[in-house]
Design a protein around this ligand. Structure first.
Ligand code: 5AD
Ligand code: SF4
Length: 473
């Protein structure tokens, strides 16, 4: 099935609502002597961060200004995540607090969007329990936000759009990014893999790729405004292009980005191990701008669990790929995702995962306790382990991995690494912070004007989660 695009006419209609809002916001500003303020909060993955950038792009075009303080905002938008229950609970918690704030400021508008509300049972719950919410829209309705917002301002009662549309791609939605030097660029949306624990395919729809010219045009535009690091984004970038019928795969796309003058670093995520080709490994190796870093989610090291997760690879096949990657690209930084406590996981299965952590020695891992998601196949399975046992396993895994992280970081002491400076460190205002080619965080004594620059840093001290260094002579 070919991927369709939102037409220029469809977007023009949406944009028309932004123009109406702009006019209203200008009238508001003259009447009250201040602009209308919007506040956005993002939960979950980079895809959501990228979606929020689009929401902010539209809001800016509609004449809103932004505030970090929800209490001062005229419009609050939560862009939500459905991957695990705790992310959903945090949003419900925030909505509870907002109810009291809105009682003091009745003109305030509250919107909830993203993956969480793409699930019908959640939207029903919000409508029932949180009647102060004015607007609910799902992932497919993002480009229709202008009209929905306009209606929410002018109609009584909650406006809801969680239709699961055809998954068409909207290219014209404006994007407002926080940083100049680094940018996330979506190359595809959705996921076809249906891992049995995961809600993503249900809330984000089927895989659809952006056309290469659209991606290139976006990157060229970013480079013009000073961006040098591009992170390509998709739930499974390794199946990029399959729906386009163009004979261009993700490795080809990486090469095309590598050829763009002005791009200095290229990162990407996420790769599914089953689709990681030799061609991609060679492309990472051979393209000078592609960072030597790979995030390759393992999820579990037990063949039994991998099968029940519908992951389509065995531990042996995974390890073979890792071996090949390490052989072809020595020193590459490796990271992964692990789920502990999948319903049928026994402690023996868990130890097989731990074995792989010890064998691969990842630079870092993102580990999660399994969270039951309504509507996924795994939600029907009974648990083998008790909660305490799952938590004990989880803690044991962190202990093993912490030690590996520290040891891997120690290997950096004495090396000089080129760091793209992100800005002032959040934990110590006297330090600047940045990342190496491999994605390691480096803190060093520098000046704020270094933000956005590439600086050589001599690594002097390895910590658990970061490196410390000084500007190399
Ligand atoms: N419970 C716990 N972790 C999950 N992930 C996806 N679904 C679940 C779930 N139901 C994790 C996977 C995935 C990462 C983004 O989130 O490890 O790679
Ligand atoms: Fe979820 Fe699996 Fe798709 Fe990743 S590949 S988004 S874990 S279904």
């Amino acid at each position: 099935m070919a991927t369709t695009k939102i037409t220029k006419e469809q977007w023009a209609e949406s944009d028309g609502y932004l123009a109406r809002l702009r006019e209203e916001n200008a009238n508001f500003a003259s009447a009250y002597g201040r602009p209308r303020y919007a506040h956005t909060e993002t939960y979950g993955c980079q895809q959501n961060v990228n979606d929020t950038e689009r929401i902010r792009g539209m809001l800016k075009r509609a004449g809103f200004e932004f505030t970090d303080d929800a209490e001062k905002a005229d419009l609050v938008i939560y862009n939500t995540c459905a991957v695990r229950e705790n992310a959903e609970q945090r949003v419900f918690g925030r909505l509870g607090i907002l109810k009291h704030i809105k009682e003091q400021r009745p003109g305030m508008l509250v919107a909830v969007c993203g993956c969480m509300v793409q699930q019908e049972h959640i939207t029903e719950k919000i409508k029932k329990v949180h009647d102060h919410v004015d607007l609910i829209f799902g992932t497919h309705a993002l480009w229709r936000m202008p009209e929905l917002l306009y209606r929410a301002i002018h109609e009584n009662g909650v406006v809801v759009d969680i239709t699961d549309s055809d998954g068409a791609i909207a290219e014209d939605v404006p994007i407002l990014r926080d940083k100049d030097e680094k940018a996330w660029v979506s190359v595809m949306y959705g996921c076809n893999n249906f891992c049995t624990y995961c809600i993503v395919p249900y809330v984000r729809g089927r895989e659809r790729s952006r056309e290469p010219e659209d991606i290139m045009a976006e990157i060229r535009c970013l480079v013009k405004s000073g961006t040098t690091e591009i992170s390509l984004l998709g739930q499974n970038v390794n199946s990029y292009g399959k729906d386009l019928g163009l004979d261009i795969d993700f490795a080809d796309l990486l090469r095309m980005v590598n050829d763009i003058e002005g791009v200095r670093r290229i990162r990407f995520m996420t790769s599914h191990p089953k689709d990681l080709s030799d061609k991609l490994i060679y492309t990472i190796r051979d393209c000078d701008k592609v960072c030597k870093q790979l995030h390759l989610p393992l999820q579990s090291g037990s063949n039994k669990i991998l099968k029940q997760m519908n992951r389509h690879y065995t531990r042996e096949q995974y390890l073979e790929k890792i071996e090949k990657i390490k052989r072809e690209i020595p020193g590459i930084t490796l990271t992964t995702d692990i789920i502990v406590g999948f319903p049928t996981e026994t402690t023996e299965d868990f130890y097989e995962t731990l074995d792989i952590l010890k064998a691969v020695r990842y630079d870092s891992i993102f580990s999660f306790i399994y969270s039951r998601r309504v509507g996924t196949p795994a939600a029907k399975l009974d648990f083998v382990l008790k909660d305490e046992e799952i938590h004990r396993n989880f803690d044991e895994m962190l202990e093993v991995q912490n030690q590996i992280c520290k040891e891997k970081n120690l290997e950096y002491e004495g090396r000089v690494e080129t760091v793209l400076v992100d800005g002032v460190s959040k934990t110590d205002k006297n330090l600047m912070t940045g990342r190496t080619d491999g994605g390691k965080i480096v803190n060093f004594r520098g000046t704020p004007d270094m933000q956005g620059k590439y600086i050589d840093i001599l690594i002097t001290h390895a910590k658990q989660w970061s490196l410390e260094g000084e500007i190399a002579k």
